[in-house]
Write a protein of this length. Sequence first.
Lengths: 167, 100, 647
Amino acid sequence: MISGVLVIFFVLAALAVFGAVSLILQSHPIHSALSLILVMVSLAGLYLLMGAEFIAAVQIIVYGGAVMVLFVFVIMLLNAGVEERTNFSKLATFGGIPLALALGGIIAAAIARSSGHLPPPAASGAMSSTRELSMLLFSTFVYPFELTSFLILVAILGAIVLAQREN
Amino acid sequence: MVPTNYYLILSAILFGLGVVAFVFKRNIITIFMAIELMLNAVNLAFVAFSQALGKADGEVFVLFVIVVAAAEAAVGLGIIILTARNRRSLNVERVDLLKL
Amino acid sequence: MPILENLWIIPLLPLLGSAINGLFGAKWSKAIVNSVALGSTGVSFLCAVEAVREFLSGGSQPFRKEFFDWIVAGSFRAGFDLQLDQLTVVMVLVVTGVGFLIHIYSTGYMAHEGGYYRFFSYLNLFMFFMLILVLAANYVLLFVGWEGVGLCSYLLIGFYFLRKSAADAGKKAFIVNRIGDFGFMLGMFLLFRSFGSLDFQTVFAKAATWQPEAMGQFGTMTVACILLFVGATGKSAQLPLYVWLPDAMEGPTPVSALIHAATMVTAGVYMVARSHVLFTHAPTAMYIVAIVGCATAFFAATIGLVQSDIKKVLAYSTVSQLGYMFLACGVGAFGAGIFHLMTHAFFKALLFLSAGSVIHAMGGEQDMWNMGGLSKKIKVTFVCMLFGTIAIAGFPPFAAFFSKDSILFAAYNSENGGKVLYGVGLLAAVFTSFYMFRLIWLTFYGEKRYDEHKVHVHESPGTMTGPLMILAFLSLTGGWFALPALFGGKDYFAEFLSPVFGAGEAGGGEAAQSLEHILSVVAVVAATAGLLVAWRMYSKKVKRGTSEGVHKLLYNKYYVDELYAAAIVRPLMWLSTNVFWKVVDAGMIDGAVNGVADGATAVGDTLRHTQSGNTRSYAVWVVVGAIVVLGIVFWPILHPALFGGVR
């Protein structure tokens, strides 16, 4: 008996995979960007399904609302057109698919072999409240937290420096 | 309940597709987007494990990944803009100044 | 200061002289160089005399002293040990005495030559090594001296190194010596393995307890003795390693006199005599020694019959006389061999020095066919050379009569074909007499075959004629130790050496006495025969004939050098060039080293392709790296299941 949760999972998963495939197959970067937005939104849905509401929210706000917007702006700014079909790298052409398959294979095998060892999923929602998250963030992970703020500062500075005009 | 395995398999598929896009696409912005896709796949795996183990550590890590990805996107796109202006092309194969 | 306790002084003085002359002599005048060289040798001679006096006054007990440890390895010890017994007495006096006389002679002979100080430095160095050789109390130190005299021989033969023939002769001497030395070393190894030591005392004491081996049996003792004898054939120029000695005449005449007549070449005889305990336990080895010695004596004498260079005649006669000494040792008459060594030192040095005097008088001419009629012009040299010739021919009462006589007598009495050995030795004596008198007649009699305007014949200075006269005196009287034996009395020389060799030599019985008398007479008759034939052929007007048949064969020394060159030298050169040089050195060794460089270049060429400048290929490499890292991380999970394990 297939539960409703499973159905929703498969729908969202299918959307994500569709979006990813579309990212590869589209020729104009703006279409690829839109496909990526689709992926991100479906992933947010999946997070919600798993009970990680805060993460889902952050995903949509930061990734979808900031990062992807940035991408779209840059595409507009650079007037990106349809991709040029050049092919200078023989290595990439012939090695790409086998490598991807190898990568996928390793991960798949690892997942398959270890499937017996995973604990069953706990009841949704109980552990993953925002309160829990922030407790961890400001106690165990306070150093990485401060470092990430520093990282953001560096990124801002970097962006400003890079965007300067040459005088 | 959805078994954790399914999430991991989905994450692996997305990651693999991200790698394919990373290798095969020629537009530099698209390659960057592939990187973002890979990061998202990894985020999914983290959240899946976090839920499976019942701890919130995985989600904290996801937070950090998102922050870093954002910072990286900002700086990376800035560089892309400069490079594109310099080389007058968005084709990554045209940036071959290191060729022997 | 008792010299005997400090025997090391005797070799050390010439070494000091050599070092001083070698380092500083280039800037000094001839007088200073002379005084250093002659002084060191002369004082060494006096020290030797004093040491002998102390030895004799101390009851002639064999003296042995260890000065310091040189090699200590486990139970093996080879030290700087010197000894003095009766045999050493004879050798050390001959070496220092004759050496000193030749040094004096050289001051006159080499007066006009370049490299004066170098000559005396080398000569003193030679004295040092030779004295180490005769004073050594173990085989290892003896071998040091052995090698050292070989080195000095090379340096002195090639003294006129700007002349290719001289440099080649030096090389030849050293290389042929080395072949002999290889045998010597193998013999030493065998001795060490059998006796655990190389000290004379230890080895001879242990060897004396061994059962003597049978004739025809090649046991350890025999093989060791044969190997030692191989070394002796190299150093003392016997068959088949004699080829270097005639070429060694390229060196200055005093060198030929000292090294290739009186001292170095006798080192082999000394070594065999010193090892007599070993040889007497190995009759096969002794027989081989006797045969080789006898054959060499005859062989060299035949070549000497027709040579035209005055020094070559003397060189072959040296080889021949050394053959006699080995014949003596081979039949057990070690004392007779040493006796002949001593008398030979006297008359051969005399002959060489006189020949040098003749060459000096003739302004460098060495071919006898371009001489003649010199007896009136250089009287002193003539008389001295005549003394030497009469001595070598074996006429009484000159020295060699006694020594050669005792050798032939011992050969006659030996078993296993002694009569044949005697016969061949006697024939060689006839030849010796013949060619030596031929030399006299060609050089000093007949009409002069040179141009008087080109060559100004003059007598040599006193520094040269003085030693000649002393040596002439010794050639006459040197054998008189054994004179009383002729009249039924004692042979003082043999008696002196009997503590070393055992008392088998002093005469035995009436029958032996009269046999010895008969054989002496036969020897004199043989010598006279040689003299008469030479007189007949060469004393009148003579002309150099064409060389055909047997004469050609003998004149070209039986083509032995050519044979060696074809059979040994050329194949070795071919091997060296085509195998060792082209294949091993250039191919394998250079190839390996170059191959490493080529390999590095090849690897670099391959890896170069990763740096293509193309970003997409870089992306591929990133993915490859990721796969590797993931593989490593997931390996514990993956590998048990890789080969169809549990799911």
